[in-house]
Design a protein around this ligand. Structure first.
Ligand SMILES: N[C@@H](CCC(=O)N[C@@H](CS)C(=O)NCC(=O)O)C(=O)O
Length: 139
């Protein structure tokens, strides 16, 4: 079972869409970023950066160490779930790296980072929260 910590933003939805597409069982935990829940100590243990999405795979990543795997960053989550399920990443090494290349390219692309910021601005627009004062200046 995987615990998904997320909210209704573009980055948050990347993880939930991937979990659905992979057909994995997961428990949804809403982290309401409009209320600052991403800054709470319990969530900071999962992601010290205080951002959604994040997952905890209670089964661990396999191998001899079966301790739960805690993972943040949407791109890392997508890659992890693709590897875990054997879905969406081609077997052929060249094709595999091409898929990773496009993933990296899209993650940093304007459309995703801006849609996240637009989404967050919309969410925060009626909320006085320190996030709205500093996050938008980050690259
Ligand atoms: N590079 C990160 C970006 C995560 C991110 O910026 N998440 C936003 C929501 S889309 C967030 O948690 N914002 C709350 C905050 O900045 O405090 C990823 O792709 O996971």
């Amino acid at each position: 079972m995987i615990d998904l910590y997320t909210y209704r933003t573009s980055n948050g939805r990347k993880a939930s869409i991937m979990l659905e597409e992979c057909g994995l069982d997961y428990a949804l935990h809403i982290v309401d970023i409009t209320r600052g829940e991403q800054g709470e100590p319990a969530f900071r243990i999962i992601n010290p950066n205080g951002r959604i999405p994040a997952i905890v795979d209670r089964e661990g990543a396999g191998g001899p160490d079966s301790a739960p795997l805690v993972l943040f960053e949407s791109g890392a989550i997508l890659l992890y779930l693709a590897q875990k399920t054997g879905l969406f990443l081609p077997e052929d090494e060249k094709d595999r790296w091409r898929a990773v290349q496009w993933l990296m390219s899209h993650i940093k692309r304007l459309i995703f980072s801006m849609s996240c910021k637009v989404g967050c601005v919309t969410l925060y627009r009626n909320v006085s929260h320190p996030v709205s004062h500093y996050r938008w200046q980050e690259p």
